[in-house]
Design a protein around this ligand. Sequence first.
Ligand code: TPP
Length: 643
Amino acid sequence: MEIKPGPLLSQINSPDDLKKFKEEDLPQIAFELRDYIIDLVSKKGGHFGASLGVVELTVALHYVFNTPKDQLVWDVGHQAYGHKILTGRRDTFHTNRIYKGLSGFPKRKESPYDAMGVGHSSTSISAALGMAVANKHKGELDTQHIAVIGDGAMTAGLAFEGLNHGGVANTNMIVILNDNCMSIDPNVGALKEYLTDISTSHTYNKVKDEVWNLLGKISKFGPNAQEIAARVENAVKHSLLKNSNYFESLQWRYFGPIDGHDTIRVKKVLEDLKDIPGPKILHCLTTKGKGYVPAEEGSPTTWHAPGLFNKETGEIVKVVPKTPQPPKFQDVFGHSIIELAEKNNKIMGVTPAMPSGSSLKFMMEAMPDRAFDVGIAEQHAVTFSAGLATQGLIPFCNIYSSFMQRAYDSVVHDVAIQDLHVVMCLDRAGLVGADGPTHHGAYDIPYMRCIPNMIVSSPMNETELRDLMYTGQLDKNAAPWVIRYPRGSGVMTDWKKPFKEIKVGTGRKVKAGEDLAILSFGPIGNLASDACKTLEEKGISAAHYDMRFAKPLDEVMLHEIFGKFDKVITVEDGCIDGGIGSAIVEFMADHGYASKVKRLGIPDRIVEHGSQKELYRECNYDAQAMVETAEVLFSKKAHTLAG
Ligand SMILES: Cc1ncc(C[n+]2csc(CCOP(=O)(O)OP(=O)(O)O)c2C)c(N)n1
């Protein structure tokens, strides 16, 4: 069924079209925009609650500001669906997150309205500040710079760094703090408590009202806005606001909190703020999932990205499989860590804001004193884990591979150099699918294997994940550890087997063969198993080895492999450059072997979004690619012999 925009929204192909409407039409436009998002996401999937929460803000921003000249930077970008629809992408929005379709996040190559590409959190203030300083330098003083950041993203160190610099940079900049009290899971930490206090304090709100009364005059005064702004500032200075407000103390003029769902109010406030020079912060209170009852009344975490759902009933579509299905690796992690922690009281769990995504929430529920959500704070999560480890505890610090990029120095400086026993579970390692390049866990094998003292492992299946977790927590294996595993399900339904130790630095032969060897790392090895079967049918006998460790490598096994096979294929769900294939080629060179090796994995380019299956195909490391690669290795030999 075709999804039709409402009568006003259907006339809007750009912010210029939006500006043709009268102020009193804006609530209706917001209503239609919300409805369009609900229609589309219910049928096509994607992020949901966050975009619904900023519909009014999005309409007001594009109405008031002169985008794309004015630079509008969304934080994380999962809430930018309304922005995309208003900026010329309404009719292509049904391709959102689909292979070759629109990106689910703002993307510079997609539109001039996407001032900054994004996907990771808390970048917006620094990016907008850089733009503001650049435009000041160029003399473009009339350009506005707006960062829209959630209360969750505001908890990250990077956001603080931007605020700290921005407070003294004296640029034309507005930060809109979109405060809905939620991250993906409930927001955590002292800043969250502070924001709640400031939104509910009577004393504070009395002062705020005085400020607003003055501010309200600015529109009338027009050209004298600067003078009025100075008076506002004085009023603020002489009140308790300056002393009690976090943002004011960092030299940002703080306004709000205001109701972020009152389109006309938000529009008016933005118009006023436009004329006030210097760094400003507008605190908007919003509700995640606003305007869609099942989302407002249900769990915001579920409605963050609910998958397909019935718009009328709010029922989330669940395909009930006829046969038992393998669990997600995340759930294997989540249940296994509890089993291990019950036996070993030194084990602790740490997640930076992904308790549901990583399934650490099971441990947080079962053992609240031993599992922590530390907020969107990857760097802190790693160094905090290092601190726990100095005192003899064994933290399992679970971080998505791509988010771990942000914590690299902590890994080197606080874990590896200190030689601490921290088990870093890298979730979403490899190509993640629809979230695309910002979220692909492409680089962790090289960036971890180059660090001394590091053990880098990956399981081919669920029980291997359990066994690596078990092995990683044994005192005799105390070292900085990495266990990487991908998004999604494994292959075993009967996975809850007794834990077994795996000797560190050992792989295993999955299948014997005579003609060539395929060496895989991680669950991509299951596709290698499929490839071996096809090759067998084609008369090529392929051996298959599951490497399990990228560091230390199983040198005994590698000697055996290179002693026997002159054709080898390596395959990994990670970037080829510097990955395990590279490690194997280094081994080969170091030991004087001369086999023909073909390395498969993520190529040296940015891989866009699509399903994992589509992307493995595109990147040439699915089962078919392995078969074709093997055939090429053989045909080359045939050619050489003939020549
Ligand atoms: C560096 C990083 N860590 C974790 C995430 C995963 N993540 C995506 S959205 C989100 C919550 C953001 O909360 P908030 O900023 O309050 O925005 P809201 O969803 O509430 O609108 C998290 C943790 C991320 N995108 N980037």
